[in-house]
Design a binder for this molecule. Structure first.
Ligand code: FAD
Length: 419
């Protein structure tokens, strides 16, 4: 019996019959010479876009073109945090829509993405920071997003192992979003790939895009290592490679690429039940189901297209971690790796048309595009199909930099390395 849908029954049947009836997760398609829509980039965003393009808009003559393997970019390298604790008007509805999609994702795509709403706790260390978090929490609640401002004792009851008083940055409290948490990054990519494939989208791996053909301000085709592919519409969803791909079409983007590292320790008994972020530096930590502590911090200060980091940031991240959680000094880091993030000038993304007809852009996700995966796919698919921005992504226009309508969530100004 060919089980196309994953279920408890399928698990039992296959267990009893020697696991012979599982079908491939997705087909490894060979590129055809023409599609209605070509999506460049087989990360979470590209695959989610392909899925919603087919599911919501009935566009199935589409291909996702990936230079490596599915999930070889940031989608498989991130620290898996999902949340919608945003402040700015352009951001809150978008990220809350993403959170709602996460909440129904596994049923929708019939894949266990291990969505775990374990709570995201942002620590504060000063009165001024408490006021800023109170404002953020109020803005969230006004938009129907859950938020709780906790004092020191409430935080201590939740996470007693942190350094509360006898530390350089005493913890005064925190802003908690209980619906935030983590999702298994690889599973998200595999689940979207499988769901898009089921609807007829071609997933083409090991196919690098080397050129974008534009005739008279209209995109006509892409050049790849496996030949030329013609398309009516070409969608860029390549994260840290956005500026390089856009340059192939003659566009210059307000984006810088930087490496961002992540770290995993040896497995320890369950300790960190939530996602915790440090308020006096850049550090975030959670614990994986295998027991490893997963954490990260700042991007590298220089621009790069290399998917690897350097030792000064290792020191910086570990120093920040030790400031709130001294017991970290007793565990060993067993793995670290780097990804290539697309830092925009205001720290917020771009989902928009471009000056070239038929060429669409999804970029500028900085540190935070994993949590956006479902909504980015949803809104980008809408943009590609209807050539109009989706209302939830209406603020993510490319011309906002020229018009001065920045969405500066961090309040750091036009400084990509500070977002
Ligand atoms: C270390 C790290 C930790 C992070 N932690 C978090 C987190 O906790 N929470 C969160 O929300 N976000 C996090 N992020 C950010 C998040 O991972 C990214 O914003 C998001 O994954 C970007 O979208 P994507 O999944 O489509 O990108 P990617 O997976 O990078 O997809 C882009 C794809 O394009 C492909 N590509 C590039 N050039 C070409 C070409 N010429 N031809 C064909 N294909 C091409 C790449 O191979 C890649 O697979 C983190 C990022 C890193 C690096």
């Amino acid at each position: 019996m060919p089980w196309r849908k994953y279920s408890a029954l399928a698990l039992v049947w296959n267990g009893l019959t020697g696991n012979r009836d599982w079908t491939v997760c997705w087909r490894d398609a060979a590129p055809r010479d023409r599609y209605d829509v070509v999506i460049i980039g087989g990360g979470g965003h590209g695959l989610a876009t392909a899925y919603y393009l087919a599911k919501n808009h009935g566009i199935t003559n589409a291909a996702v073109i990936e230079k490596g393997w599915i999930g070889s970019g940031n989608a498989g390298r991130n620290t898996t945090i999902i949340r919608s604790n945003y402040l700015m008007p352009g951001n809150i509805p978008f990220y809350e829509w993403s959170m709602k999609l996460w909440e129904g994702l596994e049923q929708d795509i019939n894949y266990n993405a291990m969505v775990s709403q374990r709570g995201v706790l942002n620590l504060y260390h000063s009165d001024a920071q408490r006021d800023a978090f109170a404002r953020r929490g109020n803005a969230m609640r006004l938009h129907g997003v859950d938020a709780e401002l906790l004092d020191r004792d409430q935080v201590c009851a939740l996470v007693p192992y942190l350094a509360f008083d006898d530390s350089r940055f005493p913890i005064r409290g925190g802003l908690l979003q209980r619906r935030g948490g983590t999702a298994r990054h690889d599973a998200v990519v595999w689940g979207y790939a499988r769901a898009a494939d089921r609807l007829g989208v071609a997933i083409v791996q090991n196919c690098e895009v080397t050129g974008i053909r534009v005739t008279g301000k209209r995109v006509t085709a892409i050049e790849t290592t496996r030949g030329v592919i013609r398309a009516d519409k070409v969608a860029l969803s390549v994260a840290g490679s956005s500026s390089r791909l856009a340059a192939m079409a003659g566009l210059r983007l307000p984006i810088e690429s930087h490496a961002l590292q992540a770290f995993v320790t040896e497995g320890i008994k369950p300790l960190v039940d939530h996602v915790i972020t440090f308020g006096a530096g850049h550090f975030y930590i959670s614990q994986s189901d295998k027991g490893g502590l997963v954490f990260g911090g700042d991007i590298e200060g220089y621009n790069s297209y290399a998917q690897r980091g350097n030792l000064p940031n290792v020191e910086d991240v570990c120093e920040s971690g030790m400031a709130i959680m001294p017991l970290l000094g007793r565990v060993r880091i067993v793995r670290s790796w780097g990804g290539l993030v697309d830092m925009s000038m205001d720290g917020s993304p771009i989902i928009d048309l471009t000056p070239i007809s038929g060429l669409f852009l999804n970029a500028g996700w900085c540190y935070g595009g994993f949590k956006a995966t479902p909504a980015a796919g949803w809104c980008f698919a809408h943009l590609i199909a209807r050539e109009k921005p989706h209302p939830f992504a209406a603020a993510y226009r490319l011309d906002r930099y020229a018009l001065g309508r920045l969405i500066d969530e961090r309040g750091a100004g036009a400084q990509p390395n500070l977002h």
